[in-house]
Unconditional design. Structure first.
Length: 246
């Protein structure tokens, strides 16, 4: 499984990807983000799904980029091109995967800004090759293990917050996922893109660097329970004629 999160705020893009790769009962570490940077052509792709189809689609797309990069003046055109390569791989591998009991499940998050884009863009690409654009209303998208981080993101993410705060909320969404499942893991790859900069920055963070934040967040949640209005809890215990515990 995978945790890949893309966030679009007013000032730029934040992306977070775990690095755990699963093959049966074996685990390894691998990068799930690829970056293309050439002049005013800045984009990144994060993927979830079978590693074999991911690598094949990215390889095909890299060939397209080498041959046609200058033709992509807007990010959606590059997303369309990547979608065509996803469909190409599906045509080549989908049937044989199905016969082996596997499914063609490649999802991708594509973000960045090309020379004629008026602002930074973020897209979710489906296995069928079609896509949706992420906007201010719901300024994030997750692929892979999507369930555990969404509640926090829906509560805390707003288009107007800073990239710094967006990165913190994004990490807490990963942390909620990590404590609930064992198929996502450190280290984390972080992508930052400032609007209009045409420069994608990336770095990798290890478990030890994030341990204190995770621990502090857990303690804060424990203390927060005691601060919540609880009159309704007293009513339930009274109705059920149970002693109230302190």
């Amino acid at each position: 499984m995978t945790f890949c999160l893309g966030i679009k705020v007013e000032s730029g893009l934040v992306a977070i990807a775990d690095t755990r790769l699963t093959s049966g009962a074996e685990y390894s570490t691998g990068k799930k983000v690829s970056v293309h940077q050439f002049g005013k052509h800045s984009l990144f792709i994060m993927t979830s799904g079978l590693r074999s189809v991911r690598d094949k689609a990215i390889t095909y797309f890299n060939e397209v980029i080498k041959e046609q990069d200058r033709k992509f003046n807007r990010l959606y055109k590059a997303v369309n091109a990547f979608g065509e390569q996803v469909k190409r791989v599906a045509g080549e591998d989908k049937d044989s995967l199905y016969q082996s009991g596997l499914y063609f499940n490649l999802h991708a998050i594509v973000g960045g800004q090309l020379e004629d884009d008026d602002e930074h863009k973020l897209f979710l690409l489906y296995p069928e090759g079609n896509w949706v654009e992420v906007g201010p209303g719901t300024p994030f998208v997750i692929i892979g293990n999507t369930n555990y981080g969404k509640p926090l993101l829906h509560r805390q993410l707003r288009y107007e917050i800073s990239m710094r705060d967006a990165m913190m909320v994004g990490f807490l969404a990963f942390d909620a996922t990590k404590v609930s499942v064992n198929d996502v893991d450190y280290p984390l790859d972080i992508i930052l893109y400032e609007k209009g900069s045409f420069q994608i920055k990336d770095c990798r963070l290890e478990r030890e660097e994030l341990k204190e934040t995770s621990k502090t967040w857990s303690e804060l949640l424990k203390h927060a329970i005691g601060q919540l209005p609880d009159q309704w809890v007293d009513k339930v215990f009274d109705v059920c004629e149970l002693p109230k515990e302190e």
